[in-house]
Design a protein around this ligand. Structure first.
Ligand code: HEM
Length: 445
């Protein structure tokens, strides 16, 4: 039995090897202008691991903001790389479907066999199914409910920061980004606190599919077993919550809502939506935390602005999300022939919105490659998407990051990056694995 996440969304079946072409291994030496336009393939996970994707997208935005790649390991696809065109695609769900081909670049194989499990969730659905399920879950992360989460999140942030090793090098990703996100997820689901790392593990294996990472070394049998454990655990929680009075955690809300209370009878839909909420709330926030530290170290003047004026934190959070862009792309499939930016898209064509590129579009964000914490239009970023699928957890994510930074600046004068940053090969999630840091506490007045 092979698990597949996303109704034709994230999945694995055939293991493929992305070409480790010389173009990539010579990444720092090549001149991007020497590559023929039709050979540019931004689906290659290695360009994200090596953080050398910027010139590829700059060239696409300049020369072909709608670009056709006819031959890639993940099949033919259109790249949409400008801010304006990404918005056009994202807000036109009638023409650009999330359901037909799912939300990430690999295609679902035609020949699903009896052993394949296709998990469904609402990010990979079109209306009306999408709208009903989203409407049920979204009150849990609406502003009115966020007030319930903030004190618990602040308490957990404080506990983590107060127990970090001072004067010793450690991995910020492991000790802060992952730990904090795990604790936040337990809050969202009211999940057993001591098992919090399981949530991170389930999220990690969900997106670690070969078609996204280029790595076929993952033990797929173990992965299947672990995802089944995830389903069983959440089913247990669901039964428990359904039998108790309603609370404000996500499971209780789903279990008590008229529209979703029968979801438990459709295990694939159930597991799919749970994984959607875990992945949605995990990788994205985690990598925004890690990316923010990297950005401030890369641009020390911006770090100084923060020390001088912590009131900039809310705007800085939006700018960090723009600069990091935790979700690199979203995929749509054309429901009909359509002319986009002067190019003829055909029915069933795969159309990829490269949010990472839209957020570096100089026509919208001057000095786009720079983190500028008081950037006036930071909130115009496309990192949360647009239209009916716009990120449901965007306010929660911003709140988490705001609270974290408010607490960091009261304790530390400088979180200094002291070694090489390690990034993950993945064309969907912009993953950061290792950020070695040393803390410099604030001098007492
Ligand atoms: C910085 C953090 C985050 C980023 C950058 C991010 C990004 C995104 C993006 C790009 C989409 C798809 C948008 C589209 O297709 O137009 C999305 C959808 C979604 N996100 Fe987030 N996300 C973040 C945090 C969260 C959190 C904390 C949650 C937890 C509740 C969450 C839950 C979801 C859900 C449920 C969807 C599906 C919405 C739908 O299909 O209607 N996200 N997110």
């Amino acid at each position: 039995m092979r698990p597949i996440l996303g109704k034709k969304g994230i999945f694995w079946q055939n293991r493929i090897n992305f070409k480790q072409d010389t173009e990539m291994s010579e990444a720092n030496k090549i001149n991007i202008d020497d590559i023929p336009l039709d050979k540019i393939d931004v689906s290659n996970p290695l360009i994200y691991a090596r953080d050398c994707w910027q010139p590829y997208f700059a060239r696409l935005r300049d020369e072909a903001p709608i670009h056709y790649q006819a031959d890639s390991p993940v099949g033919a696809y259109w790249s949409v790389s400008s801010h304006e065109l990404i918005k056009q695609v994202d807000t036109n769900h009638q023409v650009f479907s999330s359901e037909l081909g799912g939300i990430s670049i690999p295609d679902l194989p035609e020949d699903l066999d009896d052993n394949t499990v296709a998990i469904e969730n609402f990010i990979a659905m079109d209306p009306p199914g999408h709208d009903v399920q989203r409407a049920t879950v979204s009150p849990s992360v609406a502003p009115s409910n966020l007030a319930n989460f903030e004190p618990i999140i602040r308490e957990r942030v404080t506990d983590i920061l107060d127990n970090l090793p001072v004067g010793k090098t450690f991995n910020w990703v492991e000790e802060v980004s992952i730990e904090l996100t795990a604790r936040m997820l337990t809050t969202l689901f009211d999940f057993p606190y001591e098992d919090r790392r399981k949530l991170i593990h389930w999220s990690d294996i969900t997106t670690a599919v070969p078609e996204l990472t280029g790595d076929d070394g993952l033990d797929m049998d173990q992965r299947k077993e672990d995802l089944m454990e995830c389903a069983a655990t959440f089913m247990g929680l669901w039964q428990e919550r359904a039998a108790a009075p309603p609370k404000f955690d996500l499971i209780s809300m789903l279990a008590h809502s008229e529209d979703t209370k029968d979801m438990i009878n459709n295990p694939l839909l159930f597991l799919g939506n749970i994984l959607l909420l875990i992945v949605g709330g995990n990788d994205t926030t985690r990598n925004s935390i890690s990316g923010g530290i990297i950005g401030l170290n890369q641009f020390p003047d911006e770090y100084q602005k923060l020390r001088d004026n912590p009131g900039l934190i809310p705007n800085m959070v939006a700018e960090m999300i723009r600069w990091q862009t935790p979700v690199i792309h979203m995929r749509r499939t054309a429901t009909q022939d359509f002319v986009l930016g002067g190019k003829q898209i055909k029915e069933n064509d795969k159309v990829i919105m490269w949010y990472l590129s839209g957020n570096r579009d100089e026509s919208v964000f001057p000095e786009a490659d720079k983190l500028i914490i008081d950037r006036k239009n930071a909130r115009a970023h496309v990192a949360f998407g647009f239209g009916i699928h716009r990120c449901m957890g965007n306010r929660l994510a911003e709140m988490q990051l705001r609270v974290l930074w408010e607490e960091i600046v009261t304790r530390f004068d400088y979180v200094e990056v002291v070694g090489d940053v390690k990034r993950l090969p993945n064309n969907f999630i912009r993953g950061i694995a290792d950020v070695p840091v040393i803390l410099h506490p604030k001098k007492q007045a």
